[in-house]
Design a protein. Structure first.
Lengths: 386, 140
């Protein structure tokens, strides 16, 4: 029996909705079957807590007296973009600090702002008739800012590749430290909790979908950069989905420190652990069937990060159950695995979102527009200059 | 006497670096295993030891080292792992050679065992949240 999002919201408002986390829904579907689950469950909460480089914050400082049109801006010594209006800026998570390098960068500024810490703002300007001030040095806090919102162009990767390294030297990558001779495999998707793996056809997640972003209210605002719909039917009939991403936005003033954390990947750079929770309304049996797919039937490919060529080949296909077991086999060799995204935090987010829905504080959204399908990923042409 | 085995970091002031101090621990009924050592004449010396013996003897041995002007750090789970900073991502487990850092397969929380730790320090730089004490800078 199909249910509309409005009908589900009515049940939530009356306190009668049945809400499960994705893991709970997977377990119940194994026991009771898809049809019964589709009937009983109204909403399922998915979540992920992983490093998402394409993240950053839009900030508005308010005007000083006399005012300044900020062009060169630093926050705690980390450069922020000076090409917006007078006192607007965007600070990117991966920006290294001028003196602190990757040990303190844009992500750390964002984390400190959310934690309520004081941040040193320095800005310069050439000065104009209407903005006479040429420099400013002061301290700001999140609560002082007019607007402060995360606007992350690419988050919540549907299904990311796992990584290993076949070369004889250690590689320090955004997939962590990869030991030589396939000494380890790292992976970063939250498997059966991953939002876009639970709604792989983008039937309910769309532009305008309300989400939990770093513990506060957020929204899906667009397709994420580099979004592409990769779908493959495997020999055993299971589906492999990957490639779609989300652009998300959320007010930093409502965020919680425990769901956001700056990250330094040794030898690589700065990144930001972002916690995202997305509810999926169980609109029909097909939706439930996608939600019910367990780690045993969700797959990713292991790539050799020892080489940086884009054309690098996949070494193996593995399931998330295998990855989670702590060991996978590639070419007859048993290799230990390690996660890079926190299952522990993702569970906390899924639980928190579930409780918000049960308490009637969080409703499902009818998207303003669907997320567009993307068949192909363009590559950067380097031949045109010749 | 109850037997114990602990891991300690020793920092020798330059003037003590050439003096045979550690060997005196044998006199306290202790055995030691050198895990790491950085010693150069005229410079601050660093040593990581696993110290085994009776509990009281271990205490006496450490007191002796301190009397000799050596800074002693007793390593423990809480000294090396900043719980409040850890996000339980698991990045450290990928480089840990001794199985001291593992994910609990049920809760997916990071579990750290001092007993298994060999103080190699690989996890320090592998941790994106910098939740492992940089004992190489602070102690070594």
């Amino acid at each position: 029996m199909a249910k509309s999002i409005d009908e589900i919201n009515e049940k939530i408002k009356k306190g009668k909705a049945v809400v499960f986390t994705a893991e709970q829904a997977v377990a119940m579907a194994k026991e009771r079957g898809i049809a019964e689950c589709a009937e009983k469950i109204d909403a399922v909460t998915t979540a992920t807590f992983g490093a998402m480089c394409s993240s950053g914050a839009v900030l508005n400082f308010g005007h000083s007296d006399p005012p300044i049109r900020m062009s060169e801006i630093t926050l705690n010594g980390v450069e922020a973009y000076g090409g917006l209006a007078a006192v607007d800026t965007y600070i990117g998570a991966t920006q290294p600090g001028r003196d602190t390098g990757i040990e303190y960068g844009g992500a750390h500024v964002i984390e400190d702002l959310i934690a309520g810490k004081e941040i040193e703002l320095e800005a310069r300007s050439l000065g104009t008739d209407c903005y006479v001030r040429k420099e400013i040095k002061t301290k700001i806090r999140l609560s002082d800012l007019n607007q402060a919102y995360l606007f992350n162009p690419r988050n919540a990767y549907q299904n990311y590749s796992a990584a290993t390294n076949t070369t004889k030297t250690t590689k320090r990558t955004y997939m962590g430290t990869l030991l030589p001779c396939m000494g380890n495999v790292t992976y970063t998707t939250s498997g059966e909790m991953s939002p876009l793996l639970k709604d792989p056809k983008l039937r309910t997640i769309g532009i305008g979908t309300r989400i939990l972003l770093c513990g506060g209210e957020g929204f899906v605002v667009f397709e994420g950069t580099q979004a592409v719909n990769k779908a493959e039917t495997l020999e055993n009939g299971d589906k492999y989905y990957a490639g779609y991403t989300l652009a998300v936005i959320g007010d930093m003033k409502g965020m919680k420190s425990e769901y956001i954390r700056a990250a330094t990947f040794d030898g690589y750079g700065v990144s930001l652990f972002v916690g995202i929770g997305i509810p999926i309304p169980v609109i029909d049996e097909d939706m439930m069937a996608d939600i019910a797919v367990p780690n045993e039937r969700l797959y990713t490919y292991v790539y050799d990060y020892g080489y940086s060529e884009r054309s690098r080949k996949a070494l193996a296909r593995v399931s998330y159950a295998q990855l989670r077991s702590g060991e996978v086999e590639i070419d007859g060799k048993k290799i230990r695995t390690a996660p890079l995204s926190s299952v522990y935090k993702a569970r906390k987010i899924a639980d928190e979102l579930k409780n918000k829905i049960l308490n009637g504080e969080f409703l499902m959204t009818n998207p303003a527009a669907p997320l567009p399908p993307r068949e192909k990923l363009e590559v950067l042409n380097t031949e045109r200059n010749k | 006497m109850k037997q114990t085995s602990i891991k300690i970091g020793l920092k020798f002031p330059p003037e003590k670096a050439n003096k045979p101090v550690v060997t005196e621990l044998v006199g306290f009924g202790l055995s030691f295993n050198i895990l790491r050592a950085y010693i150069s004449p005229g410079k601050t010396g660093h040593l990581v030891l696993e110290l085994t013996g009776g509990e009281e003897n271990v205490k006496k041995g450490i007191a002796f080292l301190e009397r000799e002007g050596i800074t002693v750090t007793v390593f423990s789970e809480s000294v090396l792992h900043y719980q409040e900073k850890c996000v339980h991502c698991g990045a450290c487990t990928s480089v840990c050679p001794s199985g001291a850092l593992v994910m609990n397969p049920d809760t997916w929380e990071l579990e750290f065992s001092m007993e298994k730790c060999v103080l190699c320090g690989y996890c320090i730089r592998a941790c994106p949240a910098r939740a492992i004490k940089n004992f190489e800078d602070d102690v070594l």
